[in-house]
Design a protein around this ligand. Structure first.
Ligand code: BES
Ligand code: MN
Ligand code: ZN
Length: 518
């Protein structure tokens, strides 16, 4: 039995993988996962074997994420609490993700410290999902970490006396996950689970950054988060201050920052593997720590959600930490231009014309189209400084993308069909879907300016595409570039229960993509 300890942003978390059967493990929750078909065949027999009666089976049908919590008396080892967990048809990773996310969320509510999952079926699950035991184990651990995450750092608990009394003495939720009954697959499961632990932990780190409000996460704080990630993962981090940014001529970033009391930062992360590298990949993330719209101020309803306008940056930091911990054989550069977007007497004004690092002048039709201004400089810097094989940027760039594709799917643009295809496939595999939109030249018409090289605002329609067309100017003919607009899926608005807030969208997708290149 080996133990792998990973520190997630919240409480400590231990992962244990064992070939031995699950039932005798001393645990707060014994989890028995069943696909729809397996339940029919084995459900009754399994319950009887545990000394439980079969009556729950009249209601429990094993739909993906369905849960039935049963109780029994045990003397000595074993668990008095048993969860039947539905895997649905189990034909894709998505079913397993949904199931284990829902399990973890419930186990947190029940304050289960040690959760033990019966993994005897992993081999069969992998076959049904046309996957591998290793990958299924990875999905399982990613999903459990995802479902277990809560953003409670800013709750003092001072006003919750009743709750505090009730919860006193109960264990921290899911401090240990035991994958038991792995038998001959133990090694494969351990390998996959370890990778899942890395990705899930890094994704939750990204979510934490997205959830932090503007007063708790300034551009300087975001840079510090990158430094911390660099220490954990073992990659280099350099932070440019205002002076250096000005010296480089990053006129887009300076213009957006102009109305703010906080200094801008430009963070450069570099992961270099030992030995030969197959490719250099540059990842660029929009780091607007709060987007008020600036002088073109946003309506107040929902403006608080604009604390999440640095989700692209958070994703890039998370991916850098994950790829370095996974030691992928690629050189990965992460670039994060960061500032808030505020109105003030010194703020950028509509109609102002600015000069970006590329020398391209921009007519600022709307100060709320600020993301593309800071990304412009970062794309120029990426291309000029690193000549990377691939450039991918991620940004909560346009409300129009939400109009087009909704809250669950990201918009994707690329000047390379093969790259677009690979990103699409990784999105499917990782459960973070993207849909490609065109970069046709017809749309460039809409961002022409009478007074500068280009306008930051498009005329009517296709706002997500005109934003992408704007960015295209700054990759300066680079042949393998993709832009992912994550405005929809990066953040779940209030009311989404334990699942609301930052999602860390893109971390799993990009890790999957980079793995496929490694
Ligand atoms: N950060 C917003 C986009 C956004 C909106 C993200 C909603 C997540 C949810 C971006 O900076 C913005 O304000 N875009 C404008 C562009 C417009 C002024 C051309 C928009 O989408 O309205
Ligand atoms: Mn904006
Ligand atoms: Zn924005």
């Amino acid at each position: 039995m080996t133990k792998t300890t990973g520190s997630s942003t919240a409480a400590a978390f231990t992962l244990t993988v064992t070939a031995k059967p699950a039932a005798p493990v001393k645990t707060d929750l014994l989890v028995l996962p069943f696909g729809v078909k397996e339940l029919k065949k084995l459900g009754g027999k399994t319950l009887k074997g545990l000394g439980l009666d079969e009556s729950p089976l009249s209601d429990f049908k094993a739909g993906a994420g369905d849960l039935a919590i049963l109780y029994r008396t045990v003397s000595g080892k074993g668990s008095s609490r048993v969860a039947l967990l539905g895997l649905g048809q189990g034909k894709s990773n998505a079913d397993y993700r949904k199931a284990f996310e829902s399990l973890a969320s419930r186990a947190v509510e029940l304050h289960c410290g040690v959760v033990t999952i019966d993994c005897e079926g992993v081999g069969d699950w992998a076959k049904h999902a046309r996957s591998t035991p290793e990958r299924i184990a990875g999905v399982m651990v990613e999903a459990i970490l995802f479902g277990r995450y809560r953003f409670d750092r800013l709750k003092s608990g001072k006003l919750d006396k009743e709750k505090n009394k009730e919860e006193k003495g109960k264990p921290e939720p899911i401090t240990e996950l035991v994958l038991a009954g792995c038998g001959a697959l133990a090694d494969a499961i351990r390998k996959g689970a370890d990778a899942g632990l890395v990705v899930g932990t890094c994704q939750n780190m990204s979510r934490e950054l997205v959830n932090l409000p503007g007063n708790h996460l300034t551009a300087e704080d975001l840079a510090q988060a990158a430094r911390d990630a660099g220490k954990r993962g073992g990659f280099d981090v350099t932070v440019f201050d205002r002076e250096k940014i000005a010296g480089l001529g990053m006129g887009g970033l300076l213009a957006v920052n102009q109305g703010s009391k906080e200094s801008p930062t430009f963070t450069v992360m570099e992961y270099r593997p030992e030995g030969k590298t197959k490719k250099t990949v540059a990842l660029v993330g929009k780091g607007i720590t709060f987007d008020s719209g600036g002088i073109s101020i946003k309506p107040s309803a929902g403006m608080d959600e604009m604390k999440s306008d640095m989700a692209g940056a958070a994703c890039v930091i998370g991916v850098l930490e994950a790829v370095s911990k996974l030691a992928l054989p690629l050189r990965v550069i992460g670039l994060v231009p960061a500032t808030d977007n505020m109105p003030s007497g010194s703020a950028l004004k509509p109609g102002d014309v600015i000069t970006t690092m590329s020398g391209i002048t921009v007519d600022v039709g709307n100060t709320d189209a600020e993301g593309r201004l800071i990304l412009a400089d970062a794309l120029t810097y990426a291309k000029r400084e690193y000549a990377p094989d691939v450039i991918i940027d991620l940004a909560t760039l346009t409300g129009a993308c939400i109009v087009a594709l909704g809250m669950k799917v990201a918009g994707m643009f690329s000047n390379d069909d093969e790259l677009a295809d690979e990103i699409f496939k990784s999105g499917q595999a990782a459960g973070e879907k993207v849909w490609r939109l065109p970069l046709w030249d017809e749309y460039a018409e809409q961002i022409k300016s009478d007074v500068a090289d280009v306008s930051n605002t498009g005329s009517k329609g296709a706002g997500t595409i005109t934003a992408a067309k704007f960015l295209e100017n700054f990759v300066e003919g680079h042949k393998r570039w993709a832009h992912i607009d994550i405005a929809g899926p990066a953040f779940v608005a209030k009311g989404g229960g334990s699942g609301s807030g930052g999602t860390g969208f893109g971390v799993r997708l990009l890790v999957d993509l980079l793995k496929s290149w490694g």
